[in-house]
Design a protein around this ligand. Structure first.
Ligand SMILES: *[C@@H]1O[C@H](CO)[C@@H](O)[C@H](O)[C@H]1NC(C)=O
Ligand SMILES: *[C@@H]1O[C@H](CO)[C@@H](O)[C@H](O)[C@H]1NC(C)=O
Ligand SMILES: *[C@@H]1O[C@H](CO)[C@@H](O)[C@H](O)[C@H]1NC(C)=O
Ligand SMILES: *[C@@H]1O[C@H](CO)[C@@H](O)[C@H](O)[C@H]1NC(C)=O
Length: 249
């Protein structure tokens, strides 16, 4: 049973301000369809803003953010854990982030995980939610990309959060506010060649994700938007599956 573990030590500088100072390590269990999904965290301390939120981002599907009101944190052993379930069908792929109450990551995003099959389908809802947002162009490192929507349905352009598997999650800057024709532009704060999944959330509570994308660009792409403000693509810094102190640069 593979456990995805990320050691978070020394990630904070590399990830910039969009991570709160908290745990040293976060690990997620494997998960079967409609089965338990657990997260364990250790070292460091609880973030200041509680409750913890578990944000689970399946690819091209409806994401969820689960409040974790009851988790146990042992302040002697500095370990904690929580159990929940995910309403996603077998084979769905996803990443997860353990966030503070403001939705800021307490550490890096998980590796890409997949729902294992099971005979239990009691947690599955009927049919996917219709999409509301569409990418008008493919995201490129530190360049604007456009998101289109129906302005008769959406009155304010969504927040967009980018999740890099085993890397940072960042809320993207909206460079061009939503227009009357239903388009807004955001700067892609991830390095070229990195995989990323985008989550749209709007003021009606609607959430939607993209498929797993690869950030475009080349060595001449601007680097000023990158979380680490480092010219080196972050992917280089966390290419091994057990990330330990390897994220600092
Ligand atoms: C799932 O988690 C709940 C709550 O922690 C627990 O009561 C239950 O026994 C777990 N089920 C399985 C199959 O592990
Ligand atoms: C914390 O962990 C220690 C060592 O396992 C244990 O003795 C103690 O009872 C735990 N405290 C709580 C509040 O669970
Ligand atoms: C640990 O928790 C106990 C009980 O909630 C509390 O009295 C104690 O001050 C805490 N210790 C630390 C180091 O936070
Ligand atoms: C990088 O991409 C831009 C835009 O596609 C292109 O004009 C430029 O020549 C490329 N530079 C390199 C070094 O490949």
């Amino acid at each position: 049973m593979a456990i995805v573990t990320l050691a978070l030590a020394s990630t904070l500088l590399a990830f910039g301000p969009q991570v709160v100072l908290s745990f040293n390590s976060i690990s997620f269990s494997t998960v079967q369809q409609c089965g338990n999904f657990s997260v364990k965290f250790s070292g460091g301390k609880l973030p200041a803003s509680l409750p913890l939120l578990l944000t689970v981002v399946p690819f091209n599907f409806t994401p969820i953010a689960i409040e974790i009101p009851t988790f146990n944190w042992n302040n002697t052993t500095l370990t904690g854990a929580a159990v929940t379930f995910l309403p996603f069908p077998a084979d769905a792929q996803f990443v997860a982030s353990l966030d503070d109450a403001n939705g800021i990551g307490t550490g890096p995003v998980s590796d890409i995980m997949r729902i294992d099959s099971s005979s239990d389908s009691s947690c599955l809802s009927s049919g996917p939610t219709p999409a509301r947002y569409e990418l008008s162009d493919s995201p490129t490192q530190c360049r604007d990309f456009h998101v289109a929507y129906d302005p008769t349905v959406v009155d304010e352009a969504p927040e967009v959060r980018a999740f890099v598997p085993k890397g940072p999650s960042v809320f993207l800057n909206q460079d061009v506010p939503g227009s009357a024709v239903g388009s807004a532009a955001y700067s892609m704060a991830a390095a070229q060649g990195e995989q990323v999944v985008l989550m749209f959330s709007d003021d009606t509570g609607f959430k939607q994700t993209t498929d797993l994308l690869v950030v475009g660009g080349n060595s001449s792409s601007p680097t000023n938007c990158l979380p680490s403000a480092s010219p080196t693509p972050m992917a280089k810094n966390h290419s091994s599956s057990s990330v330990s102190h390897g994220l600092s640069k």
